[in-house]
Write a protein that binds this ligand. Structure first.
Ligand code: ADE
Ligand code: ZN
Length: 324
């Protein structure tokens, strides 16, 4: 039997689709709740894990936004990011581009300096240990375009720390075109652009992310495979797809890992990568995503090496120590 775990551990990898708030493990959630006197609707850590039984993205997002309420102080944001970086380093990840959701914290009264102070300190420390780390500011797409502009303004002091802006949260009913102007403004400010599209939303949303927003990468992109012309476009332009197999399984985007489209993406010549999305909620960090998918789809060692190489080809490499 192929020792996928050893093969994957050996490969250097970049992780490009990880929501730092989605790396909040139940243990840390409980510790921070106590430290900050935030009450949680769970009696113990086991009850939290039992609640992670989602049937769709919306189910998950409710718990994700509730969980992050425990993040209050600079040290909370530091400890959260620090724990994730160390976990990624143990998985032989050498380059990280992580998302954070400023609106989800600003809107509950956490100052931008508190959020960024903690994230930047952990980021700096990780860089000092030798890994490349960049930060991506995500807009919440269930909120308005105006609110996205406000988020861009409120984070202005830290813009040089971000390599890109992204778009996440509830996809269906919130098409990329809703954010056309704020993405144009972000491009003018020099940001790279990414957007979640085709996770639950239709292929049209992937087209919009490409043609209306002008993104450099698509986050997820699973449903692009329903549209042959879109597949041809993604192949022609080698648009990276940051795919998240265990997330797709937990959120019922696929029925089983053996039905996961990542092998078909490779067969189509697409630049697919493997990522963990919200590892504390979906039952695995990046190596678990590679290994469980490889077992389910019988991936070859060459396919695993291609996926790892793709992760660097898809990365915003360059001077990752300086943000932009
Ligand atoms: N925010 C955190 N994880 C997400 C996901 N998988 N899709 C959309 N928004 C998210
Ligand atoms: Zn995501």
């Amino acid at each position: 039997m192929t020792d996928y775990r050893a093969i994957v551990q050996e490969l250097p990898k970049a992780e490009l689709h990880i929501h730092i708030e989605g790396s909040l493990e139940p243990d840390m959630m409980f510790d921070l709740a106590q430290r900050n006197r935030v009450s949680l609707p769970y009696d113990n850590v086991e009850a939290v894990r039992q609640a992670y039984d989602f049937t769709c993205l919306e189910d998950f997002l409710g718990l994700y936004y509730a969980g992050m309420q425990v993040l209050r102080e600079e040290s909370d944001f530091h400890d959260l990011a620090d724990a994730y970086f160390r976990r990624a380093e143990a998985d032989h990840v050498t380059h990280i581009e992580y998302f954070f959701d400023p609106q989800a914290h600003l809107d509950r009264g956490v100052p931008i300096g508190t959020i960024m102070g903690g994230l930047m300190r952990a980021t700096r420390e990780a860089r000092e240990r030798g890994i490349e780390v960049s930060i991506i500011l995500c807009f919440l797409r269930h909120l308005t375009e105006r609110e996205a502009f406000q988020a861009l303004e409120k984070t202005a002091e830290y813009h040089t720390e971000f390599i890109a802006v992204g778009l996440d949260s509830s996809e269906v009913g919130n098409p990329p075109s809703k954010f056309e102007r704020v993405f144009a403004a972000a491009r003018d400010l020099g940001f790279k652009l990414v957007a979640h599209a085709g996770e639950e939303g239709p292929p049209e949303y992937v087209w919009e992310a490409l043609d209306v927003l002008g993104v450099d990468r698509i986050d997820h992109g699973n449903r692009a495979l329903e549209d042959d012309a879109l597949v041809a476009r993604l192949r022609r332009d080698q648009v990276p797809l940051t795919v998240c197999p265990l997330s797709n399984l937990k959120l019922a985007v696929v029925d089983s890992l053996s039905a996961h489209p990542i092998k078909r993406m490779l067969d189509h010549g697409l630049l697919a990568t493997v990522n963990s999305d919200d590892p504390a909620y979906f039952g695995g960090y990046v190596n678990d995503n590679y290994v469980r998918t490889a077992r389910a789809l019988d991936l070859t060692e060459t396919e695993l090496a291609i996926l790892a190489e793709n992760s660097f080809a898809a990365a915003f490499l360059g001077d990752a120590t300086a943000g932009r």
